[in-house]
Design a protein around this ligand. Structure first.
Ligand SMILES: Nc1nc2c(ncn2[C@@H]2O[C@H](COP(=O)(O)OP(=O)(O)OP(=O)(O)O)[C@@H](O)[C@H]2O)c(=O)[nH]1
Ligand SMILES: [Mg+2]
Length: 325
């Protein structure tokens, strides 16, 4: 099981000696831990797998299993250098303010407070000078924030839906998801402690309708007990099997606080943006190969989709009222 964790001696590693880096920010630092601990940080499903009933098929949870070398290769893209600058680029309140970029783009959506900005901050932890705004108060991110990773790809931190979502959430996010030509993946974040909520189902439907491949990321896994996490994971997987045809079949488990799954997700992002070629995963990640072209996805019919999006917004208002009463 730990076979893939043996790192060739002399394999090039990202500069991890930089001051101010979190002790788990780089693969090299994680490999100095006890193998079991290392395994559960790099491949977090392994940390809960033993509690799963033997009759449950583990395959869908272990599809993306890059080697340690690939994780190291991927993390180099997340290290800033004079020829590969990583930085906050611009914010946009509306689609017509969004920059026209050629590089592949990935975006992070999810309920407010689910941990989108924290996840991006953890992904950028090898370049801690990149500022990503995080807050314990829901509704903190008000605009679409673009972060450039050299010329390789762009990450977009989106405002959240649901409680305290910005009023113009729908006008901002929906046109982006439908029309952004260089968008190659949407990461839909779901809180591991609470599982899929109704607003998440609406977001999932919207992702299906945009026809852009998307991926579910289960956040804050440090916060919930294994039992709760597994129950939510299994019901999430049922939904993915039956309702989510454009979704990568494996949910990614992360904790931005404890760096669980961060290195794996970096590798997945570099893979889907075509920034690296993985050694061992050609077969298992067929369905997530980088797209040859980024085709235009037609915007929704005004009535159908708008009303669904409005449901998200009206739900958000309802939740706001509920929480204030
Ligand atoms: N325990 C734990 N807390 C987390 C984790 N990720 C985020 N948080 C906390 O959750 C809160 C919200 O995090 P954000 O990253 O700002 O959430 P967001 O989804 O960007 O929220 P909005 O911008 O409001 O949509 C903060 O208090 C974070 O510290 C995690 O992995 N574990
Ligand atoms: Mg945010």
């Amino acid at each position: 099981m730990f076979r893939r964790l043996s790192l060739r001696s002399g394999a090039p590693l990202c500069v991890s000696a930089r001051l101010g880096l979190h002790k788990l920010a780089s693969v090299k630092q994680v490999t100095s831990l006890h193998p079991k601990q290392m395994q559960s940080i790099l491949y977090p499903f392994s940390g809960v797998e033993s509690s799963l009933h033997s009759s449950v098929d583990r395959t869908p949870f272990n599809l993306f299993q890059p080697s340690l070398e690939d994780l190291v290769k991927a993390e180099k893209l997340f290290c800033s250098s004079p020829s590969h600058k990583i930085d906050y680029f611009i914010s946009a309140e509306r689609m017509d303010h969004a920059p026209l970029l050629k590089s592949p783009e990935v975006c992070f959506i999810g309920r407010s407070n689910v941990g989108k900005s924290s996840l991006i901050k953890a992904l950028f932890s090898l370049t801690p000078e990149v500022e990503v705004g995080v807050s314990k108060n829901p509704g903190h991110t008000k605009k679409m924030n673009f972060f450039k990773v050299g010329k390789a790809f762009t990450l977009v931190d989106m405002p959240g839906y649901g409680y305290r979502a910005p009023k113009d959430f729908v006008d901002m996010v929906e046109p982006y998801l439908y029309t952004r030509k260089n968008l190659v993946r949407t990461f839909l974040l779901v809180d591991g402690s609470v599982g899929l909520q109704e607003a998440d189902h609406i977001a999932l439907d919207m992702c299906e309708e945009t026809r852009c491949p998307y991926v579910i990321v289960v956040t804050k896994i440090d916060k919930c007990g294994k039992g709760v996490l597994l129950r939510n994971l299994l019901s999430l997987h049922d939904v993915m099997k039956t309702e989510a045809s454009s979704c990568f079949p494996q949910p990614f488990l992360v904790s931005s606080l404890r760096y669980l799954g961060i290195h794996l997700l970096r590798c997945f992002i570099t893979h889907v943006t075509g920034s690296i070629i993985l050694k061992d995963t050609a077969e298992i990640t067929k369905s997530q190969s980088p797209p040859e072209t980024t085709e235009y996805r037609s915007p929704p019919e005004t009535t159908g989709s708008r009303s669904r999006a409005e449901t998200t917004e009206s739900r958000s208002r309802a939740e706001t009222t509920e929480s204030q009463s």
